[in-house]
Every structure is written in C-alpha cells, then in structure tokens.
Design a protein. Structure first.
Length: 368
C-alpha cells in the first residue's frame, strides 16, 4: 500500500491528511468485497465507499459523466492502487475458502515472501497449460525423482469497461464490481487447471486408462483400477470428477442398503456419494468455458462431464501447485480505435502460475 502523502492534495484532504484513515478505508474496501464487514451495515459501507472515492477524486455532487471520467483519469494512480489490492485480497481469500483448494492445492504467495520452490520425491509428470485467449498450449515433461522445480507465471488480462464509473454513480455495488473481476480471473485459473489435467492423461499407459459405462457389470474393473493405483503409489486414492460424472457412480451402488449416515450424505450432496467402495470421492467445481456462447445448442463446460480421475492423494502430496506472484496491475487502454465513444477501458492484469504434478501412475475412467 502506498503512503497517503504520495498522492495529490485533494486525496490527502479527503482522508484528513491522516495515513491511518487511508489505511482504514483500504481495509473497508477489502472487508466489503469479502463480506467481512464489522460494526457497519452493507448499506452504510456502500455509501461511505462512494462518498470517500468521490471526495478523493474531487468529484462534485452535480458533476456530469464526462467530469467523472476526467477525475478517474487524473487520479488513476489512487483508483488503480485500491482496486489492485482489493482484488488480490479477494482472490486469495476465495481460494483459501474453497474446500477443493484447501485439500489439493499447494499455494505459494510471493507477496508474503514465500519461495517459488516445490519438491517431488518420486518420478512424476509435470503438466502445464498456458492460456492464450481461448487456446491452451500444453507442456508435459517427466520430472526425475527428488527434483526441485519452480512454477513460471503468466499474465492474465480482464477488461473492465466503464464498470468503476458505475460504482461512483451508485449504479453498481463495490463488492459486485470486485467479485466480477475476481470471478473472471478464477475462470482463467480453472481453465488452465482442467486443461492440465486433460493433458496429463495423454502421458499414461493403457493399463491406467479404462472406459465403459458406470454399471454393475463394470464395477469390478473400476475397483481394480483404484486398488492398482493405490498399490503402485503406496498412497490412498481419491476419485475426482465433475458432479455429473460422479453422480453416475450411484449406478454401481445400492443406496437403499447403505447405512443411514450414507443415505443422508447422498441426499445432502444431491446424488453424489462421499465415499464409494472405500475410496474417497471429491467433486471438482464445474463452470462454463470462457467465451462460451450461452445461446448455443451445445453447452461448453470447463471440465469433462464424462471422465473420472483416480489420483493418489496422500496428505503430503497436494498435486496442484499454484503461485500467486502478487503483482496485480491495472492499465488504461488509450487507443481511440478501441472505443469510438471516447470512453475509457481498463484492463486488470494478474500474474499467477499453475502446474499439475501427478505421479506417473494415476488413473482415468472415460464414461461411455
């Protein structure tokens, strides 16, 4: 966070020339975005945020939209600093509250002086998906046992055309503005993660990739695949998949004969078992692909709905490696050809890296 005295006199006066007031306002922005407000209602917080931003930017009550645009442009250093820090806080908080991330993601935050260094004990497959537009460039390599490696970062850009102006006029809530940007960055992250999972499968031998309907006749084959992976790796395994894929496992289980606790879990999770034949079952959150046409006759999902992943998941092996570089930036698009109405477009740039590290033995079941 920059010191208040680094900004102009109008900004300093808005915070009574007190750096603590400036820091408290920054914390209010983060608390509101993360739904962690203390001793103040959402309505009161929203009003205070709009009033303080307008005061800091020198916007008068009766100023026209063009004057608001000029004020943002003249004070973009302040605006960008506060938005950047809030978005970064919102992303990290969201990831750490996600049960899937907590269980299977080994996250490093370079802004908190974490080292970009990971270690694999056994022979593993490194699978990386680099996102460019709607395309993925896959990188796969086999790491030797006892190797240290780092995760390379990529810049991801999210355009936020005119959205902040709507916050200043009260047309859009601050929290919804921040959430919109954070969700867009999350979609990049999940796109890269799922593409890396799919890419790692191509390095497997035929023994570890099976296919067929999830019906009673194939139950023994799937159980054997899970057991073989567990024995080969010396680790318990978890069956991962999208909810649609996992719900098909119930075709191989007679829930009517299950203990009452299992039935309750089954109905609570909308038809997804938490444990199948002694193997843990875990849902990977689903979403639509970035840029997917929602009016298309075919829905495009991020994660395959016809594939199960059987992955060794010992406590010591979080197989997803995430590095937050802590370098969120906002740039202004000034090319007049971009927006003919002379409005301004901003782009949030976020730098992160994500790798999937899988033991050379893991399994895939392709649902026919």
């Amino acid at each position: 966070m920059k010191n208040l005295m680094k900004f102009n006199v109008t900004v300093q006066n808005a915070f009574d020339n007190d750096n603590d007031n400036f820091m408290n306002f920054s914390e209010l922005l983060k608390d509101y975005a993360n739904n962690e407000l203390k001793e103040v209602s959402k309505k009161e917080a929203s009003k205070k945020i709009v009033e303080k931003f307008r005061a800091a930017l020198g916007i008068e009550p009766n100023d026209k939209p063009q004057a608001v645009k000029r004020a943002i442009r003249a004070n973009k250093d302040l605006v960008f600093t506060l938005i950047e820090e809030t978005i970064e806080e919102r992303l990290i908080t969201g990831w750490m509250e996600n049960p899937f991330f907590m269980a299977y993601v080994d996250a490093k935050n370079l802004a908190l002086d974490d080292e970009n260094d990971f270690y694999v004990e056994d022979d593993s497959i490194l699978s990386v998906s680099k996102v460019s537009g709607n395309h993925h460039n896959m990188i796969r390599q086999r790491l030797g046992a006892g190797r240290h490696f780092s995760v390379a970062g990529e810049w991801y850009g999210i355009k936020i055309y005119a959205d902040f102006e709507r916050v200043l006029t009260g047309a859009e809530d601050w929290a919804s503005f921040v959430t919109k940007v954070a969700d867009a960055i999350d979609r990049y992250l999940y796109d890269a993660l799922y593409a890396a999972l799919r890419g790692a499968k191509d390095a497997l031998g035929a023994n570890w990739v099976k296919s067929g309907e999830l019906v009673e006749a194939n139950k023994t084959t799937l159980v054997k695949l899970c057991n073989d992976i567990s024995m080969a790796t010396g680790s318990p395994v978890t069956i991962f998949g999208a909810r649609t894929a996992l719900s098909s496992l119930t075709s191989m289980a007679d829930v009517n004969w299950a203990p009452e606790s299992v039935k309750q879990e089954y109905y609570k999770n909308a038809g997804v078992l938490g444990n199948w034949e002694g193997f843990e079952v875990a849902e990977i959150g689903q979403g639509l692909k970035r840029g997917a046409n929602i009016n298309s006759a075919t829905v495009e999902y991020q994660l395959d709905t016809d594939r199960l992943y059987i992955i060794p998941t010992s406590v010591a092996n979080k197989f997803i490696k995430l590095v937050n570089y802590g370098e969120t930036q906002i740039s202004q698009v000034t090319d007049r050809d971009v927006n003919r109405d002379m409005s301004y477009e901003y782009e949030v740039l976020y730098k992160m890296g994500i790798n999937v590290i899988l033991n050379t033995v893991f399994g895939v079941w392709e649902i026919v």
